[in-house]
Design a protein around this ligand. Structure first.
Ligand code: AMP
Ligand code: MG
Length: 343
């Protein structure tokens, strides 16, 4: 089965053509246009600007993803939420129009579920896909959730943030440190600038808290950590580049320690066969590395994380859901749902 998938939940306009491949999904074409640079001067996403850009990009992006392939498409998939209403409307209405005009089935996809099912994207017929039960860690600009999956369609929320999402915390801390939006990749760059000599010189000078780290539950909290960065920056007044990078490093260490510890607690309690990470923050190399090391210490548990290009918002993951866990809907019945509950 070959699916045209559309993603427009936030500031990315994306389309992909995907097909089944062994137990997973192969990507034939994957196109992403982002309006992220237009939001930079505001330090965050402006929904109205994102929606206008979606309208401009949707047809060129779909056209590019389709290439000459239109006639072999068997169905259309689209993310219907969660996301920004104005942005969602563009993708959902485009998908409905195509399904109706081409008389093809339409598949409704939950964007958060799509992030996790990006772990089913493969390159060969023999590639291994995740097995169940699985513990999933979804880390993005809007979510920080730990879920227990017993099949591709059966999910249970078992933990997550009580306040800010982890991507949001990265973005806000970066802003406090004078780094541009989006903050996650900028904090990663700052971390890479920190040398061993700098770590030795500063020692524990900028120690930040690890909220809820030692509580015996899967709750997380990042707003206090962000407030601690704000307090340090205010107390210091002017900060030079080295101090900024050291603070970014300590902030990143704190976040990664919390995410790894809570995910491993979920693993300890639920004895899964796999741990699946997903979402924009899963692009963080140190987080990928640290979580992989901890998971692989446990016999029989495998770690999965999508390739970097499938961590941020993309339509390939939306197509993966339509193939692995299809949910067909009538075009007349599908509506965007900005706040559909997580997976
Ligand atoms: P999403 O909501 O899934 O589109 O992911 C976007 C979020 O991922 C933003 O908050 C980014 O700051 C964050 N992000 C992207 N790359 C990284 C990274 N390398 N480290 C931490 N966060 C990141
Ligand atoms: Mg997302």
């Amino acid at each position: 089965m070959k699916v045209l998938a559309i993603e427009s939940t936030c500031d990315e306009t994306a389309a992909a053509v995907v097909e089944n491949c062994g137990a997973g999904v192969k990507i034939l074409n994957n196109v992403v246009a982002s309006s992220v640079l237009m939001h930079q001067k505001y330090g965050g996403i402006v929904p109205e600007v994102a929606a206008r850009e979606q309208i401009k990009s949707i047809i060129p992006v779909i056209t590019e993803a389709l290439g000459e392939d239109k006639d072999s498409i068997d169905g259309i998939a689209v993310s219907f939420g969660p996301g920004l209403m104005g942005s969602l409307l563009v993708g959902v209405e485009s998908a409905k129009a195509l399904a109706w005009a081409w008389k093809k089935p339409l598949y409704a996809v939950n964007h958060m579920g799509a992030h996790i099912l990006a772990n089913w994207i493969v390159e060969s017929m023999t590639a291994k896909v995740p097995e169940f039960p699985a513990v999933g860690l979804v880390v993005s600009g809007g979510h920080t959730d730990i879920v227990l999956m017993t099949s591709v369609k059966d999910w249970k929320w078992i933990g997550g943030t009580r306040d800010d999402a982890v991507g949001e915390a990265f973005d806000k801390a970066a802003r406090l440190l004078g780094l541009p939006y989006p903050g996650g990749p900028e904090i990663s760059k700052a971390v890479e600038r920190v040398t061993d000599a700098m770590k030795e010189r500063y020692g524990k000078k900028y120690k930040l808290p690890r909220p809820l780290l030692n509580e015996d539950n899967l709750d997380m909290s990042f707003s206090g950590l962000k407030a601690a960065v704000a307090k340090t920056v205010i107390e210091l007044g002017e900060i030079d580049e080295e101090t900024r990078d050291m603070l970014a490093w300590e902030f990143s260490e704190a976040i990664i320690e919390i995410l790894v510890k809570k995910t491993m607690m979920a693993v300890e309690k639920n004895k899964p066969k796999c741990v699946l990470m997903a979402g924009g923050v899963a692009a963080n190399k140190q987080l990928r590395e640290n979580l992989r090391i901890e998971v692989e210490k446990i016999d029989g548990v495998k770690f999965f994380c999508p390739e970097l290009k499938y961590c941020g918002d993309n339509a390939a993951m939306v197509g993966a859901v339509a193939i692995i866990a299809p949910q067909e809907v009538k075009p007349t019945e599908l509506k965007p749902d900005p706040s559909v509950t997580t997976v």
